[in-house]
Design a protein around this ligand. Structure first.
Ligand code: SF4
Length: 151
């Protein structure tokens, strides 16, 4: 069972989508300089059950177009069930992972995927030197350019 903090609505993390974003706790990657170290403890937050997800999706029905999970891929079956529920409600899905790749099973339930660990020297999606990639899995398009600031 995955745990997560209370979700929030975000506008920038998935370009063109209004996303209900869940910070899943228990990321095992321990990137140096991680901004979310408070989420490393897998017992932080509360259980992200399908019932809890459903409740939030009902609350934001018609207001959000996508559900974004920051992590959770370490419990593949748990995350798959949540992604499938989102899609059954006609919503798009996105995963931000620090890994370089995730399983084909997960990719089949995702519309967007951000890969790559945090490396302070390379920066995040807004950096031209970043090791991270955000892709639309339906088109294969890289979406990193949406994060670049004008020079
Ligand atoms: S993948 Fe993200 S949440 Fe996990 S340790 Fe790295 S920066 Fe932190």
């Amino acid at each position: 069972m995955l745990n997560a903090f209370e979700p929030r609505v975000v506008l920038q993390e998935v370009p063109g989508e209004v996303s209900l974003a869940w910070l899943v706790t228990g990321c095992p990657l321990a990137c140096d300089g991680c901004h979310s170290q408070h989420s490393w403890n897998p017992t932080a937050g509360t259980p992200l059950t399908e019932a809890r997800l459903k409740q939030w999706l009902e609350r934001y029905a018609g207001l959000v177009s996508c559900v974004l999970f920051f992590g959770g891929e370490w419990d593949r079956h748990g995350l798959l069930a949540l992604l499938r529920h989102c899609r059954s409600q006609g919503l798009k899905t996105c995963l931000y992972t620090g890994r370089e790749r995730v399983s084909g099973l997960l990719m089949a339930e995702l519309d967007y995927l951000k890969t790559g660990p945090w490396r302070a020297s390379l920066g995040g999606l807004d950096s031209p030197h970043t090791n991270q990639r955000l892709r639309c899995l339906n088109t294969g398009e890289s979406l990193n350019h949406h994060f670049r600031r004008a020079p």
